[in-house]
Design a binder for this molecule. Structure first.
Ligand SMILES: [Zn+2]
Length: 102
């Protein structure tokens, strides 16, 4: 069985979205589903299912921290569901939340 690793999305470089134009309109990255990170397994990347976020949270957070440090950001990483850009998207919901709105 191949071990899945989590790697930064090659398409959006961990951002999870693209700024489409100067008006601030953003588009979610198709490659990673907006997460900014993907599973890398046997040479292939695949979207991390939302159901896996809780299990992968520590790893995602560490990767995000590393990415933000590269960008020169000194603060604390926000989780995807804490980012305003992801509000009202699938990723805008806290996977730890016990209340499922579905
Ligand atoms: Zn992406």
């Amino acid at each position: 069985m191949n071990r899945k690793t989590i790697t930064r999305c090659a398409s959006c470089d961990g951002f999870g979205w693209f700024e489409a134009d100067l008006s601030g309109v953003t588009e979610e990255c198709d490659w990673c589903g907006g997460a900014g990170y993907v599973y890398h397994e046997a040479g292939r990347d695949s979207v991390i299912p939302k159901a896996d976020y809780a299990a992968a949270a520590d790893e995602l957070e560490a990767l995000e921290l590393e990415r933000l440090r590269e960008l020169g950001y000194q603060g604390v990483a926000k989780k995807p569901w804490q980012q305003r850009i992801r509000k009202d998207t699938q990723l805008g919901r806290n996977p730890y939340s016990k209340t499922d709105e579905d």
